[in-house]
Each structure stands twice: as structure tokens, then as C-alpha cells.
Write a protein that binds this ligand. Structure first.
Ligand SMILES: [Zn+2]
Length: 203
């Protein structure tokens, strides 16, 4: 398991760096549709590796629970960018170019507040499945925001933006936070009585 952790951590870092190069510095980067679509793919891939890392620590979960939650995290990591359409008030990709305002899903304080409420609720009412899925949202939004922050900083509304994160700090955070969240999840996990949801129905 230690080898898998190291392998996934290195893969995550390489994928993020390579993805950033392809999205922003390759010969296709001048095309806005290419940048937008490839950026979404890289966000999804970073979410996928991060959630896989998250589950390398916990051996008590069934594979169906892991597959469901990894899928959730992968999709959520990419879907965060949907708020660009809300800001542009348009469903067309061409209208997203040149937006200088960020949508609510890019506000780090919004997600901190939302996930803290959800984690507290699911912990106290012992909804174990929802508790783990909420951690997937934590992994998804942190990986997305940290990657975006390499170029634009973190937006902590209403307090403003941080400066852009240096690449080495951004990569270090990407590689370490899933491990930290996994430990926190296990440490604070509510006592399981019995699974409340049959994942085999959807996986
Ligand atoms: Zn984004």
C-alpha cells in the first residue's frame, strides 16, 4: 500500500504539471475552446488522483463505496467551473473568454462553510455515507481551487484574493492535502451502525 501511495502521489504531481503545460503553454493554448476543455479534463484528473490517494489509507470501505466516491470527486472537481457560465449568463463557450469575475463555486470560503456544515450534520446524525461523500467535496474543491490559485490566487470572499500560489507550493499542497484529509476523515468518522445506502444499485 505504501508503494501505491508513493506512485499515486508522484503521478498526481506529474499529471498536474504536464496538464498545466498542455493547457497553458502548448502550441494549442492560444485556442480558448482547447484551453477551456483541456483545463476541465486536467481538473477532473487531479480530482481522480487526489480521491484515489484519499482512499489508499482506509481499508474498511467496500470497493463500491470507493468507486462511487472517486467518481463523485472526479466529476465535482471539474464541474466547479460551471459557474463561469453563470457569471457570463450564457451557455456558449465563446462568451466565457475574458471573464474577469469569478463565480461562487470559486469562492474558497463558500466551500469551507458548506462542507463544515455538511460534515457537522453528517457526523452528529451518523450519516456515514454522506460524511465520506462530503470529504470528497472537500478534496474536489481544494484541488480545483489550489490549481486555479497558481494563476489567480485563492478567492476568500468577502476578504479578497491571495496572491497567486508559487508552483512548488501549489504542487506540495496538491500532493499532501489528500493524505491529511484522509487522516482527518478517519479520526473524526462517526461510528458506523450499518450502511444506509446500497451502492451496488448505482455502481
Ligand atoms: Zn476553476
Amino acid at each position: 500500500m505504501k508503494f501505491i501511495k508513493v506512485f499515486l502521489t508522484i503521478s498526481l504531481c506529474i499529471f498536474a504539471l504536464l496538464g498545466d503545460y498542455i493547457v497553458f503553454k502548448s502550441k494549442y493554448s492560444s485556442s480558448f475552446p482547447f484551453r477551456a476543455l483541456s483545463d476541465s479534463v486536467v481538473h477532473a484528473g487531479v480530482g481522480l488522483f487526489s480521491s484515489l490517494l484519499f482512499f489508499t489509507r482506509d481499508h474498511s470501505l467496500t470497493s463500491n463505496v470507493c468507486i462511487y466516491n472517486v467518481t463523485l470527486c472526479t466529476i465535482a472537481s471539474s464541474v466547479i467551473d460551471i459557474d463561469h457560465f453563470f457569471v457570463a449568463k450564457s451557455i456558449y463557450l465563446k462568451d466565457l473568454s475574458g471573464l474577469n469575475q469569478r463565480g461562487v463555486f470559486h469562492c474558497t470560503t463558500f466551500w469551507l462553510l458548506l462542507t463544515t456544515i455538511l460534515l457537522s450534520y453528517t457526523y452528529f446524525y451518523k450519516h456515514v455515507d454522506a460524511y465520506i461523500s462530503t470529504w470528497m467535496l472537500v478534496v474536489a474543491f481544494t484541488s480545483h481551487h489550489i490549481r486555479d490559485a497558481n494563476r489567480r490566487g485563492l478567492w476568500c470572499c468577502p476578504f479578497g484574493h491571495t496572491p497567486p500560489l508559487p508552483t512548488n507550493l501549489y504542487i506540495t499542497l496538491l500532493a499532501t492535502l489528500p493524505h491529511l484529509f484522509s487522516v482527518m476523515c478517519a479520526f473524526m468518522r462517526p461510528v458506523i451502525v450499518k450502511p444506509s445506502f446500497d451502492y451496488s444499485l448505482i455502481v
